[in-house]
Design a protein around this ligand. Structure first.
Ligand code: NAD
Length: 335
């Protein structure tokens, strides 16, 4: 429960929130009582009218693009994202118009890292269809096939992390605890946590792709990361490798991935995020031939969603909005 004191500052304390109030209630992180929060759906026709004299927009990280009109026709001056990605916003527009944009970093790092462990194991141990197969009476054949395919455990494998920020580093820690070697690629030369600095080895992108057994992507979606993993990258990877993308759709070229799986250029992939969400029916990853169904896990952008991560995302968002009202330095200001 977030309890904050009213600052008595002059900034209008009106907040437009594009996620339902019930989300905050369910996680025990309701808005401080001195905040004036209007909860609206993103396509509410009265949004601009109701936001005309509001100061803060509170949004989930995932959802449709936010129209620039919401800012040009209102007095909104700060956006707080209850998550990491800020790709719903026109970032150049926000920068030009002095709209402060903040996210909450690190709160879902453990959840995404756990998801990556689950996903890597599900593919490497071929667990994605076992329940359905047993229910349809294929126990013996299934067991024989799995044994014949020689499953790997994670111990001794090399994890390559692309994007070594808060989630990339948490993922590295968890895989390392299970006996994996860790290498990473991140052009920004990030600060590496003390307990990782001895075990995580920095590498170039191509060499990382060539030498990793599991490749986990944790970059933001920006111009430089669109189709970061495409045909050329798949051609470098080990044929036994597993790709994990719980960052953003568009970072991995979906056509190239579908082709790489069918050409057996990699062993498989776990995909939590899609170019459009929900994915279109004709998305190539939804239309792989049956024989490749074991090679892919598709999940509906839930890598970072657990009770623990949402509670933290919500409480830290309210606290940061209070900082804005108080004129204090903001946490995780991205713009
Ligand atoms: P972060 O800002 O802490 O780390 C991102 C890292 O990526 C940074 O170190 C940055 O330097 C690096 N990077 C940028 N461009 C790169 C490039 N071209 N190649 C390699 N590295 C590059 O962010 P984070 O909290 O670790 O989150 C990472 C992303 O995960 C978010 O942007 C968001 O899109 C996604 N995410 C997904 C879920 C989910 O539910 N699946 C949940 C939370 C976050």
């Amino acid at each position: 429960m977030t309890t904050l004191k009213s600052s008595g500052s002059n900034i209008n304390n009106k907040i437009i929130c594009l996620r339902p109030e019930s989300d905050f209630e369910e996680f025990g992180e309701v808005a401080p009582s001195h905040f004036n929060v209007i909860y609206l759906s993103p396509n509410d026709r009265s949004l601009i009218r109701k936001a005309s004299n509001a100061s803060v927009l509170l949004i989930p990280a995932v959802g449709p693009k936010i129209s620039n009109d919401i800012f040009s026709k209102t007095s909104l001056k700060m956006v707080q994202v209850t998550g990491a990605g800020i790709d719903r916003l026109d970032q150049d527009f926000c920068a030009r118009n002095n709209i402060k944009v903040c996210n909450v970093l690190g709160a879902s790092a453990k959840s995404v890292a756990e998801y990556c462990i689950f996903a890597a194991l599900t593919i490497s141990r071929r667990l994605s269809k076992t329940t359905d197969e047993i229910l349809s009476g294929n126990y013996k054949e299934l067991r024989g096939n799995i044994i014949q395919d020689r499953m790997f455990s994670l111990s001794g494998l090399t994890l390559g992390v692309i994007g070594f920020g808060s989630i990339g580093q948490e993922t590295a820690k968890m895989f390392s605890a299970l006996g994996c070697q860790i290498q990473y690629y991140d052009p920004s030369d990030p600060k590496v946590a003390e307990n990782l600095s001895q075990i995580a080895v920095k590498n170039g992108k191509e060499d990382l792709l060539r030498t990793s057994d599991i490749i986990s992507i944790h970059v933001p979606l920006i111009d430089q990361t669109k189709n970061l993993i495409s045909m050329q990258e798949f051609s470098l990877m080990k044929k036994t490798s597993i790709l994990l993308n719980a960052s953003r759709g568009g970072v991995v070229d979906e056509h190239a991935l579908s082709q790489a799986i069918q050409d057996k250029k990699i062993k498989g992939a776990a995909i939590d995020v899609f170019t459009s969400e929900p994915p279109e029916k004709n998305n190539p990853l939804l239309n792989l031939p049956d024989e490749f169904r074991d090679s892919i896990i598709l999940t509906p952008h839930i890598g970072g969603i657990t009770v623990q991560s949402w509670s933290e995302l919500f409480s830290r968002s309210w606290i940061n909005i209070q900082r804005f009202f108080d004129g204090e330095e903001l946490e995780n200001r991205q713009i």
